[in-house]
Design a protein around this ligand. Structure first.
Ligand SMILES: Cc1ncc(COP(=O)(O)O)c(C=O)c1O
Length: 433
């Protein structure tokens, strides 16, 4: 089947999808009602070489209409229906009976999500902290380590503010020194950055904090090797995984960072405001809790580090459903699908006169965050025209550093959306917006 015939084929309804793949219908979860049993419709595993029709069926599991192409996973992802249903079911349960006896299951659900996250990241539940998002998780690290004058922290210039400005603010308060490795564009390859980071580390360096995949232009970093080189020097590592959890098949037992921070509402397609901080067992004695209140977690570090007060447990429970959804579909298949769409986008963009691609197309240097400068076109106007006239949404990026437009396709996007985006950009580049 050609891409264009797929593009015009009607999406399978969720009921058809459920029927075809033997899943419970939408609403079954609500009927069950119990938050601790939040199992709803699941996608089938992606078959090897899954075709566009399969991915169109997966798209049928999302509420986004099939004519709306939102390629903005680096910012915020939609949740598939089973996750939305899990969130609604648990919220209804909580609000129907907010008593302590009824809410026992909420605590159990929270611990179930912790176990699922541990399995997903291939670490132990004793090392998982359920945070609100990457920003909070990274700040728990920069606020929780005992750093003093004379100590050094090595950062990357293209870290998100939560992993750059946050360290600078705390450096002013506690008197330690921040050293920054500058980004080079286009991505010069792993060896360049390995050398650059190693050159900045001295015997005073206590922490190396970098981004696994940058949100600006999608530069991919050799996280395992950077963590290894830091570990050899007795330096703690914080890896910002906001752009890799739920996109890459992240294996922390292999990467071996001391800390890994990520958000559930990005690539994992979880509910909003649930994230994770992984704290390696070896680093747990080095970090102080930044928030001390009631309702801690039940195991390992969470008993002392995760007493964050009242939580939105239904959202945490629904995060578990998002992890199940991705696991069932297949994490390798998800990564391959996102990469395939990004590669199609990059190869099309490179053919359009006047477009400057900021993202390196080498799969060792990028994944599925694609940024480009659309010649002299006004980016805000282009972005508005794409959304209003072409039903395509990306992220306009202003500012002096490699501004332009960013598209970050994920497994729920379609080739027809990539084709439509390329056709529209070509049109606007020729005739203006
Ligand atoms: C690399 C990176 N780190 C951290 C964050 C912050 O994520 P959140 O807003 O979910 O805390 C983002 C958000 O885009 C990001 O891209």
């Amino acid at each position: 089947m050609s891409r264009s015939s797929v593009a015009t084929a009607p999406a399978l309804s969720r009921r058809q999808f459920a029927g075809r793949f033997g899943m419970a219908g939408v609403g079954a979860l609500l009927a069950r009602g119990a938050a601790s049993k939040t199992r709803a419709a699941e996608p089938p595993p992606a078959p090897t070489g899954a075709d566009e029709r399969f991915w169109l069926s997966v798209r049928g599991q999302f509420l986004m209409p099939v004519d709306l192409g939102v390629m903005n996973a680096a910012n915020l992802c939609p949740s598939p229906v089973p996750v939305v249903e899990a969130l609604i079911a648990a919220t209804r349960d909580m609000d129907r009976d907010p008593s302590f006896p009824n809410r026992v299951k909420m605590g159990e659900g929270k611990e179930a999500t912790r176990r699922l996250l541990a399995e997903f990241l291939r670490v132990s539940p004793e090392e998982i902290i359920l945070a609100r998002n990457t920003s909070e998780a990274s700040n728990l690290v920069s606020s929780g380590l005992d750093l003093k004058p004379g100590d050094e922290v090595v950062l990357f210039s293209d870290n998100h503010p939560s992993n750059l400005e946050a360290w600078r603010v705390k450096a002013r308060r506690f008197g330690y020194t921040v050293k920054v490795v500058d980004q080079v564009s286009p991505h010069p390859g792993d060896e360049h950055y390995l050398d650059a980071f190693v050159r900045q580390m001295t015997d005073r360096t206590k922490v190396l904090a970098f981004t696994h995949l940058t949100s600006t232009v999608g530069d991919l970093f050799p996280a395992k090797e950077l963590c290894r080189r830091a570990r050899e020097r007795g330096v703690l590592t914080l890896v910002d995984g906001a752009q890799t959890l739920g996109l890459l098949d992240v294996d922390l037992s292999d990467m071996q960072p001391d800390f890994y921070a990520a958000s559930g509402h990005k690539w994992p397609c979880g509910p909003k405001e649930v994230g994770v901080l992984y704290v390696n067992k070896n680093a747990q004695a080095r970090i102080w809790p930044g928030i001390v209140s009631a309702y801690p977690g039940a195991v390992g570090l969470s008993k002392t580090f995760e007493s964050f007060g009242q939580r939105d447990e239904p959202a945490i429970i629904a995060f578990g459903e998002a992890l199940r959804f991705q696991t069932r579909l297949g994490r390798r298949a998800i990564e391959a699908r996102a990469r395939e769409l990004a590669q199609a986008l990059m190869s099309g963009l490179r053919k359009i006169d006047g477009v400057k691609l900021w993202t390196h197309p080498d799969p060792a240097r990028s994944v599925a965050v694609v940024s480009f400068l659309p010649g002299r076109l006004d980016v805000a106007r282009l972005s508005a025209a794409l959304y209003e006239k072409d039903r395509i949404a990306g992220a306009p990026r202003s500012g002096p550093d490699r501004g332009g437009l960013r598209f970050s396709p994920h497994f729920y996007n379609l080739h027809s959306e990539v084709d439509r985006t390329l056709e529209a950009i070509q049109r606007y580049m020729k005739s203006g917006v």
